[in-house]
Design a protein around this ligand. Structure first.
Ligand SMILES: [Ca+2]
Ligand SMILES: [Ca+2]
Length: 95
């Protein structure tokens, strides 16, 4: 995976990552970070722990499971994200 692909993936998937946060506001960004990523709860986030959500996200986007994400798969993911964001907007009360 090249750098641009990984950065794009992180940018696209951050709303999904945020959505996985437990109900109720976490005490701080750093606590939320540790809560979400420190899988074995040893107080440290290894590179593997850090990358795990992105690997899951990669598998989610790689619809045909060929080990790479092509433009059509990114388009499908972007469209799904767009629809998801629209649904979230509709659930919020009008201002
Ligand atoms: Ca850990
Ligand atoms: Ca693919």
């Amino acid at each position: 995976m090249n750098k641009i692909t990984l950065l794009t993936l992180i940018a696209l998937s951050s709303p999904l990552l945020a959505q996985q946060a437990p109900q109720g506001a976490p005490p701080s960004m750093s606590d939320a970070f540790m809560q979400q990523l420190d899988a074995d709860k040893d107080g440290k986030v290894t590179k593997a722990e850090f990358l795990k959500p992105y690997e899951a996200q990669f598998a989610h986007i790689d619809k045909n499971q060929d080990g790479s994400i092509d433009k059509a798969e990114v388009d499908a993911f972007a469209e799904a994200m767009r629809q998801h964001m629209q649904q979230l907007k509709q659930q919020q009360p009008a201002q």
